[in-house]
Design a protein around this ligand. Structure first.
Ligand SMILES: [Zn+2]
Length: 178
């Protein structure tokens, strides 16, 4: 497996709840969630998970301010979408390296009423740059990382993001609720 960086320094599913992971996980299995919600106070730094190119930035609809990074795995080209941002620091067609700062999290789009621990980065892995509704054109980020950071956080310091190493230090018991 190619070694991808994580999008944040501390990566943990919002409120440790399955309905903030990927799949038909909402409304009792009747509604999709197209990515992971990772807990993040506004203005948390977002990083490139791989070397690649900025496909586009966008500011409209439910996603709010979005940065989409095009990158390659050993098998295919994928796109990583960072959503509900406050602002981005890159622009279309910029070449970026794994671990580069792309922007800052926020509550734009349909996250505008989020407060406290519900504030998050909505993070998607896409098989096309601009998929439609539903799950079509996305895959589970778990397919890239091998596991879901739920019930515990994956911490990856900024300095680690540019080094070729594993998934970061798993800090079990940190930020676990209840
Ligand atoms: Zn979400």
């Amino acid at each position: 497996m190619t070694d991808f960086a994580w999008p944040l320094q501390s990566n943990r599913i919002r409120r440790d709840m399955l309905n903030h992971t990927f799949g038909m996980v909402r409304n009792g299995g009747s509604r999709p969630h197209q990515g992971w919600d990772l807990t993040a106070a506004p203005m948390t730094s977002c990083y490139a998970i791989a070397d690649g190119e900025i496909a586009f930035t966008n500011d409209q609809g439910d996603y709010g301010k979005v940065v989409v990074l095009k990158f390659d795995t050993s098998r295919e080209t994928l796109w990583a979408a960072y959503c509900h941002l406050t602002f981005w620091v890159v622009k279309e067609r910029d070449r970026v390296s794994r671990g580069d700062l792309l922007g800052y999290t926020g509550n734009s789009g349909n996250a505008r009423s989020m407060i406290g621990e519900d504030q998050h980065l909505h993070f998607e892995i896409r098989t096309v740059d601009r998929p439609g509704r539903g799950l079509t054109g996305r895959i589970d980020p778990k397919d890239l990382y091998g596991h879901v950071p739920i019930g515990w956080a994956i911490f990856e310091a900024v300095g680690d993001k540019t080094a070729p190493r594993g998934v970061g230090l798993k800090v079990r018991g940190v930020n676990v609720r209840g």
